[in-house]
Structures are given as C-alpha cells and as structure tokens.
Design a protein around this ligand. Structure first.
Ligand code: ADP
Length: 341
C-alpha cells in the first residue's frame, strides 16, 4: 500500500465572528496518512472538525498551516485549474444526497459525465454499468423525488463514481437513513472498495458504521486526532475517553452506574469483568472458578464482532470466599478484573 492522502501538521483557523471573540481552530495540528485501497473512518461528535477536514482534503478551502498532500502533490501549490483536476479525482457522497431532485436518475448520473466531457456513447455505457452496480437498473427513468432515501443515496454513490475517482469521501452518508438502509448503504460502500478498489474516507458520528466496514479509524475531538488505529485495535483497546464512549455505543462493556447499583442490590458478592477478546480467556476463567469452588452468574455484558474478530466483556457476580476470589484474580490478571472496587 502507498499513501493516497497525507496530512502533515494541518491547522485550520476561522476568523473570529466578533471583534472581541477568538478565532476558531477547527482543525488543530492533524497528521494523518490514508493508504490507497483502504476504508478509513473519521469519527467524532458534532463540532469536532470532521467536515472542515473534508473541505481541506478536497481542496475546497486552504489550510492555515501544514500540508495536504493528495497523490503526492501538495494541494496548496496548485492553481485553480489543477485543483479542479484534483477535485475530479474525489467523489463526494453527502448526508442530504445533494441530487437534482426534479431530474431523473439517468439525468443525475449524466451530469458529471457531461461536465467531464465524456462522449455520448461512452456516457450511456457508463451510466448503465453504474446503475447495475448500485442495483437501480430499473429506476433509470424515475424522478429522484419519487425515490426512497436509500435509493437516493445509491444514486448519490453512483454519481460520485461516475468519473471513476480513486477516492470517495462519504460525509455522514448514512446519517439521514434508518438502520436497515444504513446497513445496505454501508455494504454498498464496502463493495465499491472491494470490487472497484476505490479508497474510501468515511466521515461519521456512528461507531456502528465504523464497526461494519472501516479498516482504520481516526477519532477527533476539538479539532485534534486523539486516537488512530485499526478498527480492531480501537474497538478492543480504546485508549482515549472519547473513543471509549464511542465504543460503548455499540458494545456494552461494563454496566453504567445505575445498572451497577441495581446489580449490587441483587448480588451481594463480588463482581468480576471477563474480557472476551483475550485468547483462551473464557475457558481459563471458568476452569479457575471451578477449581476454586466459586459459583457465578452472568449479570451483564456484550459480545461483538469487528472485522472477523470477537471482542466484548461479561460481568460475573461471584459467590464464594474472598480468598478464593483474590486467588482467581491474581491467577488471571489481565483477563479478569474486579468491577467497581
Ligand atoms: P464537525 O463536522 O465534526 O461537526 P466542523 O468541521 O463542522 O465539525 O466544525 C468544527 C469547528 O469549526 C466548529 O467549532 C465550527 O463551529 C467551526 N467552523 C466550521 N466551519 C466554519 C466556518 N466556515 N466559519 C467559522 N467557523 C467554522
């Protein structure tokens, strides 16, 4: 793999709105490398700087400091004409679709091809291929306004792919869709990546989207990238508190304080957390509990899958002597930890 996009020390400041106010630092010293052929997610809460990052990558706005290098070229050095070429290599997919609502599906797909000066016969072939690819071959002459949200986003993706760009930037592409449609669209994006080799940057505030298709993920907060890694590592070993909160939205690792209080009322014994991802962890834990004649009940937990890797945590309410519990904890340090003590 080689880098398709490199951000080096990127800063974006917006001028103050009022004379007394400070300027807004929307992106703060971001270093990121996005490899060719990967699905790279950028996740963060609203205001974290994700959309600004998108506008810097597609060169719609200049950086205040640092470099944005796309395909080996620092975009700050380019003139308007060369920038248009860079932008043509980036397909955009938006939350609100941004389609021409009164036109047909065909008309929407023809638009970028006409702009790119693609000959008419070639346009026809390309549109037909794209419609088959996104599963809308029977909707070519439907008006966009008659389509469902999921169908509109399929058109959005087909349009973004029309000129065969090496990079697709999907900015909250599933945020306006219901959960089932979200999964369909994410699976379509994964297929675009797999079958066409398109690099995808997925901007999202939904960790479920990251879990479903991302290879790697960067977590943003206050304009900074606070954590970056493979989706698998970020899910199984989140380090930053913001990352932990995002992971917590898709897998219930530990009971929340209220749930913990309710569990404690029902179970006076000690509570242990079993981390499921540790290799051979479960068997070793259950064998050790048995050996030390400890009983247990599963009182909380969640197990999930990320890119072929199982992870999660279970909370056990243990019955038996304190000494035996201490012995098991010492024996299984790392797999088993005490909850809230
Ligand atoms: P996100 O996409 O993660 O919600 P944004 O990139 O939209 O975050 O915003 C990051 C910060 O930059 C916010 O504080 C936002 O108010 C500010 N911001 C974004 N665009 C502008 C702009 N054009 N002018 C002034 N401030 C902006």
């Amino acid at each position: 793999m080689s880098a398709l996009i490199e951000l080096r020390g990127v800063v974006k400041d917006y001028p103050a709105q009022h004379r007394s106010a400070a300027p807004t630092r929307a992106v703060d010293r971001v270093d990121l490398t996005i490899e060719r052929g990967e699905i790279f997610a950028v996740i963060g809460y609203s205001g974290a700087g994700k959309s600004t990052l998108v506008r810097l990558i597609n060169a719609l706005e200049p950086v205040s400091e640092g470099q944005v290098v796309v395909d080996g070229v620092d975009v700050a050095r380019l003139g308007e004409r060369e920038l248009r070429t860079v932008r043509r290599g980036i397909g955009m997919v938006f939350q609100q679709f941004n389609l021409l609502e009164s036109r047909t599906v065909w008309g929407n797909l023809a638009f970028p091809l006409v702009v790119a000066g693609v000959p008419r016969a070639e346009q026809q072939r390309r549109i037909s291929d794209l419609l088959h690819f996104v599963g809308l071959a029977d909707k070519a002459h439907a008006h966009v306004s008659d389509l469902s949200g999921g169908q509109k986003q399929r058109v959005g993706i087909a349009r973004a792919l029309a000129t065969d760009p090496p990079l697709l930037l999907a900015d909250e592409a599933t945020s306006a869709l219901d959960p089932d449609t979200t999964r369909e669209i994410l699976d379509l994006l994964a297929r675009v990546n797999r079958e066409l080799g398109t690099t995808i940057v997925l901007i999202t505030h939904e960790m479920g989207a990251v879990r479903r298709i991302a290879d790697r993920v960067a977590v943003m907060e206050h304009g900074r990238v606070v954590e970056v890694g493979s989706a698998r590592d970020v899910f199984t070993r989140p380090e930053h508190p913001v990352t932990r909160r995002f992971v917590g939205t898709v897998v219930d690792l530990e009971p929340a304080p209220e749930a913990l209080a309710a569990i404690r009322e029902r179970h006076p014994g000690r509570l242990l957390r079993l981390d499921v991802e540790a290799a051979g962890g479960q068997q070793a834990v259950f064998a050790a509990l048995h050996r030390h004649e400890l009983g247990f009940e599963l009182v909380h937990g969640g197990i999930e899958e990320v890119r072929g890797h199982t992870f999660g945590a279970l909370t056990l309410a243990v019955t038996g002597g304190d000494e035996a519990v201490d012995a098991v904890l010492a024996e299984l340090d790392g797999t088993l930890t005490e909850v809230g003590r």
